[in-house]
Design a protein around this ligand. Structure first.
Ligand code: AHG
Ligand code: MN
Ligand code: MN
Length: 342
């Protein structure tokens, strides 16, 4: 009898995968590996909180607004506490940028070599209605010497400097997807074992797709280029798919092909999504998977950040579709310049 058929192997755990990857770098000290494991542990705890949120009193509004003027949900606050605590206890991180905190957070680990930017819970509007939500994180090596607190220069590095980035999706199953700049791998959580297992090795995103994801409720304030691109998607009979949780929309498009857009709108003139803990980590992942991300003109990863919570428009997903959208925006620019000089 084939033992593998009788009892299927459970596969590679995230911990073992991280350990194996570390062996590829002979001088690696293991701190980044430990940091990724800290994040995975916090993700398991947050996953547990999310799953029981309908049963205990942790759903709903917290009664406070974050620095961006958005109403915080209780789970936003809980996830923030969980991730920050895990990073503080882990010891590898000196400084954190979190969506939920106005100022950078000093962990007290002044020997820590890393800086983390995090959206602890993404998709707040979906928390209470049992729709997929997520966590997004980005990891940088500090540039200031260790032995003192991290500086704002450590935090405000362009996305090209990321050493790792990832997200967790709390969906029909919970997954952790991450890159250290050597491809993208996805792990699915097995709750009965309390482990993430490698389920999506070396994710490659399709070169193109037939899905566009944008909040068309704001269509009246789209720029002519964005409006023309959306019209193009319709004329090509694309499907519109928009969950309203960036992680979930991004994850679907990463696996199936498509484009996610959050453009400048009247309400959010610089776009809504935040460069440091929403756009950059996903841009790193999408590029590692063969896709593309830009603000319509500039590669997202090359934007020089000026503040921790700055926003930027984002066009992210399959390479061909992002390039098509950029071409529509370039036409818009040319038309505007022609009118200006006429
Ligand atoms: P967050 O919950 O972290 O504030 O992020 C919400 C974001 C993102 O997840 C989503 O794609 C976008 O807001 C949806 O915005 P609209 O409701 O304006 O479409
Ligand atoms: Mn978010
Ligand atoms: Mn959030």
């Amino acid at each position: 009898m084939d033992h593998n058929k009788l009892a299927l192997p459970v596969g590679t755990t995230l911990d073992r995968f991280i350990m194996r990857k570390q062996e590829d770098f002979p001088y690696a000290t293991g701190e980044l590996s430990q940091l990724l494991r800290d994040i995975a542990l916090a993700a398991k705890i947050v996953n547990r909180e999310i799953n029981r949120s309908g049963l205990i009193d942790i759903a709903g509004a917290y009664g406070n607004r974050n620095v961006q003027g958005e109403d915080q949900q209780k789970l936003d606050v809980i996830a923030n506490i969980r991730f920050i605590r895990a990073l503080r206890n882990g010891g590898e991180v000196c400084t954190i940028i979190s969506e939920e905190d106005a100022d950078i957070i000093q962990t007290g680990n002044n020997q820590g070599k890393y800086v983390v930017a995090i959206d602890p819970l993404d998709g707040s509007s979906n928390i209470d209605v049992n729709v997929s939500i997520g966590t997004i994180f980005s990891i940088y090596r500090r540039i200031s010497p260790t032995g003192r607190e991290g500086s704002s220069a450590d935090c405000l590095q362009p996305g090209t400097h990321q050493v790792a980035a990832g997200y967790v999706i709390y969906g029909s199953s919970t997954m952790l997807v991450y890159t250290t700049g050597n491809g993208v791998n996805g792990f699915t959580y097995e709750p009965s074992l309390g482990e993430f297992f490698l389920s999506h090795p070396d994710i490659q995103t399709p070169k193109t797709g037939k899905v566009y994801s944008i909040n068309e409720g704001s269509a009246e304030s789209f720029s002519p280029g964005v409006a023309a691109f959306v019209q193009h998607c319709k004329s090509e009979k694309f499907s519109a798919r928009y969950i309203g949780s960036l992680v979930a929309d991004f994850h679907r498009n990463l696996l199936k092909g498509g484009i996610y857009i959050y453009p400048a709108t009247a309400k959010d003139p610089s776009g809504k999504l935040r460069l440091m803990y929403e756009c950059n980590p996903l841009a790193f992942i999408v590029e590692q998977a063969g896709g593309k991300s830009s603000n319509g003109q500039l590669r997202t990863l090359e934007i020089e950040p000026k503040t921790c919570h700055e926003r930027c428009p984002v066009f992210i997903g399959s390479k061909e579709l992002v390039e098509q959208a950029e071409a529509f925006l370039a036409q818009e620019k040319e038309a505007a310049e022609a009118t200006a000089t006429a």
